[in-house]
Ligand binder design. Structure first.
Ligand SMILES: NC(=O)C1=CN([C@@H]2O[C@H](COP(=O)(O)OP(=O)(O)OC[C@H]3O[C@@H](n4cnc5c(N)ncnc54)[C@H](OP(=O)(O)O)[C@@H]3O)[C@@H](O)[C@H]2O)[C@@H](O)CC1
Ligand SMILES: Nc1ncnc2c1ncn2[C@@H]1O[C@H](COP(=O)(O)OP(=O)(O)O)[C@@H](O)[C@H]1O
Ligand SMILES: [K+]
Length: 530
């Protein structure tokens, strides 16, 4: 953001004071459009301003609300004379028409404890303390004051709005920078209004819980123009993390160039199954693979589990595979072009051997669940066999087993910003493994070694907490495998599958179980025009 902002200044397309004015206007407009009712009844805002430009936005908001006839109380954390120039200018404009209460006099309990039913109790609370400039945990006295404010106005009594970021939230990681062992931010918000683009902190870790909802105000920064006019920014912009997006054209079967396609044109995926009583996970994956569009899908099961699989599979084929040497023989069929190992496969040396055989065939491959856990304590052996067409799909537990040192960095309480983020962790893991790592969760992150990084956040209007259900991950591995069979580039396959997985869950809603997910895909395809 700083580079983009600087380029706008240098190119003369905006001044700092203009951007700050638009930012303040953007916040006021976002509040009024999301909560039009706040203009009814008594209109009273309490605005907390910080020592940087985020505070400057707060003073713009104060002035704009007062011009609309609102009662406004402004508080400043820091000293007016030390505000950066644009923030100082807006402070001074506000100070000419309204008072500014210094931090030492905040004492919210005393100030508001008895006012809650009165007509001067705030209806809107605006946090303009820190935005992208937060560099360290909130000071203890500030943290305490905010907790006191939280107690004086329990959430729901006044609308809570954060300017750019909930104060204390690291915008690079979505992790709270709170003093001491406190792991929660002092305040949670109903609305966060950000500028130009959503930031990682809005999407990762605790970000969505803190922000409530996120609106992005356009402050007139033109990124496309900047890309062309400022070549030095290209690298910054190219390294930016993107959000997962559906791509109908990649998913379309046949198409103009090949309307009469043959099933083998869409690949043949092989999903390895565990033994009797443990075949469900592989069958879920196989159904995900065929529904997402693989031409053919075969489940390879041990002899003892063939009857169980046969009783459940119809469109999916079945072959016997009693271990690594059988797998080697199965893979002599070169049409099998994408493999999925892990769901229900069992933890131990037999799985390790099959994984090494699969990787040795240089096929595109998804490794999940037991295929990952089998290498706990011997991750370097796995890494030695991985190649660039492999996708690892760990959840947090599996990630910790394969990358214990990286996991520790992510689990440590951050002492400063930018805090080590799930994006950092996934990029580091991908670089070490030499393949694509898809680190699951509400904030799924996908990273290619030294290449693309994609975030798929199941948050805000895409929240699907009901996706945390047994077997959902197995379906996802199968969906990625199906797209790999379709010849889609691995990092793209991982991205599209993750997006589709959340979208399928969205269309269903609460009550979803893993078996539902593959059968929801045709509806999602129709909706996105595949
Ligand atoms: N970019 C854009 O295009 C636009 C940006 N805009 C707005 O500017 C915001 C970014 O402004 P910013 O860079 O001044 O940072 P900000 O978040 O106000 O804080 C920095 C100050 O806080 C201090 N400080 C940090 N941590 C602290 C702590 N724990 N406890 C105490 N102090 C702490 C830090 O001090 P220092 O680290 O230097 O000691 C510094 O004084 C951005 O979020 C958006 O709202 C819009 O106006 C329009 C366009
Ligand atoms: N809170 C959540 N919101 C949305 N999706 C989630 C959430 N928690 C987990 N998921 C997704 O659900 C799936 C669970 O996979 P996994 O943990 O492997 O479970 P299983 O092994 O039972 O299939 C993953 O795709 C993960 O990203
Ligand atoms: K803020």
């Amino acid at each position: 953001m700083r580079a983009i902002e600087q380029a706008a200044f240098d190119g003369g397309s905006a001044t700092g004071i203009e951007l700050m004015e638009r930012a303040g206007q953007g916040v006021v407009e976002a509040i009024l459009s999301a909560y039009p009712d706040v203009e009814q009844g008594h209109r009273h805002a309490l605005i907390l301003c910080g020592p940087g430009n985020n505070g400057g936005d707060g003073f713009v908001i104060a002035r704009l609300l007062q011009e609309r006839g609102w009662g406004v109380e402004c508080f400043l954390y820091g000293e007016a004379i030390r505000l950066p120039p644009d923030a100082r200018a807006n402070h001074d404009r506000w100070a000419a028409v309204g008072p500014v209460v210094a931090f030492n006099d905040w004492r919210f309990g005393l100030r508001y404890g008895v006012r809650m039913t009165g007509d001067v109790a705030p209806t809107v609370l605006i946090d303009a303390l820190f935005g992208t400039g937060l560099t360290r945990p909130l000071d203890e006295p500030l943290d305490r004051a905010l907790r006191e404010l939280d107690a004086a106005f329990p959430k729901g009594t006044a609308l809570r709005v954060a300017v750019d970021a909930p104060s204390g939230l690291c915008m690079d990681s979505g992790r709270p920078l709170a003093p001491g062992p406190q792991e929660e931010l002092p305040l949670r918000y109903d609305l966060t209004v950000s500028f130009h683009r959503r930031k990682l902190g809005h999407l990762l870790a605790e970000g969505p819980d803190a922000c409530g909802s996120v609106k992005v105000a356009d402050i007139g920064l033109d990124q496309a123009a900047l890309r062309a006019s400022r070549p030095e920014l290209r690298e910054t912009l190219a390294a930016a993390v993107t959000e997962a997006a559906p791509r109908a054209y990649e998913l379309r079967k046949g198409g103009e160039d090949n309307p009469g396609g043959h099933k083998y044109d869409y690949g043949h995926a092989l999903v390895l199954s565990g033994g009797p009583g443990r075949t469900g996970a592989a069958r879920l994956a196989a159904r995900g693979a065929i529904r997402v569009g693989a031409g053919l899908v075969t489940v390879a099961a041990p002899g003892s589990a063939m009857a169980e699989c046969a009783a459940h599979l119809t469109a999916i084929m079945l072959t016997r595979c009693n271990g690594a040497s059988d797998l080697g023989a199965v893979l002599e069929d070169e049409r099998l072009n994408a493999l999925c190992l892990g769901p229900g496969l069992g933890v131990g040396s037999a799985t390790r051997d099959m994984v090494i055989t699969a990787l040795g065939s240089r096929r595109r491959c998804v490794l999940d669940a037991d295929a990952l856990t089998s290498f706990a304590g011997s991750a370097p052996t796995l890494f030695a066999h991985l190649h660039s067409r492999v996708v690892l799909t760990p959840h947090a537990g599996e990630f910790a087993r394969l990358f214990p040192d990286i996991w520790r960095k992510l689990a440590e309480t951050p002492t400063g910003g930018p805090a080590f983020s799930k994006v950092d962790a996934t990029q580091e893991a991908a670089a070490r493994a030499g393949c694509i790592v898809l680190f699951k969760g509400r904030d799924t992150v996908i990273a290619e070694p030294g290449g693309r990084t994609v975030v798929c956040a199941a948050a805000y209007d895409r929240a699907t907490p009901w996706l945390a259900t047994a077997g959902a991950g197995d379906v996802l591995s199968g969906m990625i495998t199906g797209l790999l069979a379709r010849d889609i580039w691995p990092v793209t396959a991982a991205e599209i599958a993750t997006w589709l997985h959340v979208e399928a869950a969205r269309t269903f809603g609460p009550g979803l179980i893993a078996t539902d997910i593959p059968d929801l895909l045709p509806g999602v395809f129709r909706a996105i025009g595949v």
